[in-house]
Design a binder for this molecule. Structure first.
Ligand code: GFB
Length: 354
């Protein structure tokens, strides 16, 4: 249970207002979450957004991060940057998942504290909870048991940053909040057969199999684990909500409440893709945690609700994937041009790339 008595004891930045004119730094704006946060902020009328491409700002480099904050002076930060990947990538590269996420997280949190931002939203993950947590998982189960081994490195980095945010809040009254999203999917994901999360990996494998007339697709594990899935724009709405309004909690779970077995999910994906071949379950691949359903009562008490059912979200995601494939040649040329100019393709005239 979070220490309710301390909640407003040190009240200061937590009461600060984040106006639509306030400058907001979206760290990791080209990723799945960051691009959704940028879209949602724009849709909500925020007009003073800033972000930077990796070529000009390496978040693993403390000096670069501090220099960036010194120039940009944001009032709010949404920290979406990180090394992310599915169960395969986590298992094969624990060093990179732990070290890079620790470096990026602590650099950005420390710089945000040093330059006195009013509101900081850190993105954690449901995998930071113990692997045998009672379900649905409440926020107070953090650090109450052993972690899931397939993503221990990533989880430890995230836990350190969540705790740093919480400590800044408790010790100095800072407006730092961590959101703990469940498994995410949506437009702008990364599509790689071996290192993506389950939805982009299966969309990719099934689309390729359909196009080449392949009779079967290899799915990982037993298909038995359950996953709660959340469309990324729904998470972005939660980020914007807590950016504007501090609800008084240091950690808030964000889940859809919609749980499916991986087996059922694979069938839904096959349906969306229109792939009618066989699904082979490769049990030499890991299942990961059996279940991780979040209790999202806290964020719901602030008025947030998930808006996108899985059936709708999967269709939108696949549509985005197909459009991206069709545009890929053009995008590749565009990316080369942007790298030349040091700017992101998401840059709009009223945003600043500082
Ligand atoms: O999405 P996923 O990699 O995330 O895997 P986790 C979810 C489930 O889908 C696992 C199964 O049981 C996989 O075995 N699966 C079936 C597949 N076919 C595939 C496939 O082709 N690719 C993938 N990737 N999975 C991650 C963590 O775990 O969750 C991260 O490793 C992060 O750290 C993320 O926290 C949210 O839920 O297992």
């Amino acid at each position: 249970m979070w220490m309710a008595g301390l909640r407003f004891e040190n009240r200061r930045d937590r009461d600060a207002m984040i106006a639509k004119e306030s400058r907001i730094f979206v760290a990791g704006h080209q990723g799945l979450v960051g691009s959704a946060v940028l879209r949602t902020l724009r849709g909500a009328g925020f007009r003073n957004l800033c972000y930077s491409v990796r070529a000009s700002l390496d978040l693993r480099n403390r000096e670069e991060v501090f220099r960036y904050f010194d120039r940009a002076r944001p009032k709010g930060v949404v920290m979406c940057a990180g090394r992310v990947g599915g169960i395969g990538a986590n298992q094969s590269s624990p060093v990179e998942f732990m070290a890079e996420n620790l470096a990026m997280g602590t650099n950005v949190i420390e710089a945000a504290d040093h330059y006195d931002v009013d509101r900081f939203v850190y993105l954690g993950s449901s995998c930071i909870y113990p692997r045998r947590s009672p379900q649905p998982i409440t926020e107070d189960q953090l650090l109450s048991g052993r972690l899931e081994p397939t993503n221990e490195g990533y989880a430890i980095a995230k836990i350190a940053c969540v705790k740093l945010c919480e400590s800044l809040r408790l010790q100095y009254g800072k407006g730092f909040v961590s959101l703990m999203p469940t498994n995410l999917y949506g437009p702008g994901d990364r599509y790689e057969a071996d290192s993506s999360h389950v939805i982009p990996a299966l969309l990719l494998k099934m689309l390729l199999a359909k196009r080449s007339g392949q009779e079967s697709v290899s799915c990982w594990g037993s298909g038995q684990p359950l996953r709660e899935l959340l469309y990324v724009d729904d998470l972005a709405a939660a980020c914007v909500l807590v950016l504007q309004h501090d609800g008084g909690f240091p950690i808030l779970n964000v889940g859809s409440g919609e749980e499916v077995s991986i087996h059922e999910l694979a069938e839904k994906i096959a349906d969306v893709v229109g792939y009618y071949g066989k699904l082979n379950w490769d049990q030499s691949k890991p299942d990961g945690v059996k279940r991780k359903l979040l209790c999202s009562e806290r964020i719901r008490s602030l008025g947030w609700r998930p808006r996108t059912p899985l059936s709708v979200g999967l269709k939108k995601t696949f549509q985005d994937f197909q459009e991206r494939i069709e545009r890929s040649a053009e995008m590749e040329r565009g990316r080369e041009r942007q790298q030349g100019s040091g700017q992101s393709r998401l840059v709009k005239s009223d945003d600043r790339v500082v």
